[in-house]
Design a protein around this ligand. Structure first.
Ligand code: S3P
Length: 183
């Protein structure tokens, strides 16, 4: 029997829009010196359009296909020692959730709906929140997604009351412990 392929030493950050994935990703990149892979940014660069434009011109399913294709690409060949920051909806597809778990140590950044609303309500870059009632949209998307983040994550971090550097320290230490203690 072939031995199970080992998990690459990536740190993969998941969580709702506005949970701080990009900010924490940058802090981890500075702390560890690992390259930062921001999936939304790569999708925008490749498409030559912002996420909002992709949703408007090609539609959400086309964006989701780009997201899944990029995730596949990141898993093969399994490069290691990167910080991978994902878009908030990446956990929607079951195949994505499986790929996430095989891509590295998956950290779920959690924040309450009120905090998410406050952080996202001035930005127009998130098409899913451009509705009459963003608070209701956040509530319903969160209810739908929380079990999926839970299923995908090795670690859930409640970001309430913690500074970025404290969160980064927690993630570095937990990931080190995780990678050193795998069977
Ligand atoms: C989305 C989150 C966004 C971006 C797109 C869809 C989502 O990323 O991928 O607008 O479905 O939650 P952020 O979580 O970085 O805002």
């Amino acid at each position: 029997m072939n031995p199970a392929p080992s998990l690459p030493e990536n740190i993969v950050i998941i969580g709702f829009m506005g949970s701080g994935k990009s900010t924490i990703g940058r802090a981890l990149h500075q702390r560890l010196g690992y390259p930062l892979v921001d999936m939304d940014q790569i999708i925008e660069q490749r498409a030559g359009q912002s996420i909002a434009e992709i949703f408007a011109t090609l539609g959400e399913p086309a964006f989701r296909d780009m997201e899944t294709a990029l995730l596949k690409e990141l898993g093969e060949p399994a490069a290691t020692r990167r910080i991978i920051s994902t878009g908030g909806g990446i956990v929607g597809r079951a195949e994505n959730r499986t790929m996430l778990k095989n891509l590295g140590y998956v950290v779920w950044l959690h924040a309450p709906a009120a905090v998410i609303l406050a952080r996202t309500n001035k930005s127009h870059s998130r098409p899913l929140l451009q509705t009459e009632d963003p608070a209701a949209r956040i509530q319903s998307l969160m209810a739908e997604r929380e079990p999926l983040y839970q299923e995908s994550a090795h670690l859930k971090l409640d970001t309430t009351g913690l500074r970025c550097d404290e969160l980064a320290t927690g993630i570095v230490e937990c990931s080190r412990y995780f990678f050193n203690n795998r069977p």
